[in-house]
Design a protein around this ligand. Structure first.
Ligand code: ZN
Length: 200
């Protein structure tokens, strides 16, 4: 590999840490930034800094937000007693496409014993607390129909069973083994409409 001046090598090293970015791409990005105007380079640096400085997790639902509680949890027009559980913040977009009007709970992952991710590594605690306090009528488990997503839905259904709450699972309109992030509007609407009670 060519030897670069230290600031260039440093930027390339940092860019290489991004998912899907190898040495070649990192070099291309770095040279692009070097050639771009001072204003663009500063805007990029400022956007990265601002991301960490101003974004946090919603204290109610764990969604990524710049205000706490997030816009969904603070909304007076959304049904705050209907909670849709998703794996990642990016899954919220897919559920929104179904014209869902409840609120969310983001787990930030799925159960994955192979990768050492058990219930304690997921962010399920605040959901349990909301249900325990009687603030929720229905929990919709919208984890992906993958092995890990199903295991996660089953675990949550089991953990919530002792409380007086309706527990439903989205229908398998979403193709089995796929991520709900890629479900289109019609598929997602069908999956939500066709949701069924989870049997203990
Ligand atoms: Zn929230």
């Amino acid at each position: 590999m060519a030897r670069y001046a230290e600031p260039m090598a440093r930027l390339i090293d940092e860019l290489k840490k991004l998912p899907g970015v190898g040495t070649k791409t990192a070099q291309r990005f770095a040279f692009h930034i070097l050639r771009s105007g001072d204003e663009d380079a500063s805007a990029l640096a400022e956007a990265v800094r601002g991301l960490k400085a101003s974004l946090r997790l919603c204290s109610i639902c764990n969604n990524i937000t710049d205000i706490d509680p997030c816009a969904y949890c603070a909304s007076p027009t959304r049904n705050q007693r209907l909670v849709c559980v998703v794996e990642e913040p990016t899954n919220i977009d897919a559920v929104e496409r179904s014209h869902y009007s409840g609120v969310y709970h983001v787990l930030h992952g799925t159960l994955s014993p192979l990768h050492g991710i058990g219930p304690d590594q997921l962010r399920g605690r605040t959901l349990m607390q909301r249900v325990e306090r009687g603030e929720v009528d229905e929990v919709i488990l919208a984890t992906s129909p993958t092995l890990e997503g199903e295991a996660t839905a089953n675990w949550l259904a089991g953990a919530l069973r002792e409380f007086k709450v309706r527990i439903t699972r989205i229908a398998t309109g979403v193709p089995a083994g796929s991520d709900i992030e890629y479900a289109d509007e019609v598929t997602m609407a069908r999956a939500m409409e066709g949701r069924h009670e989870m049997k203990p």
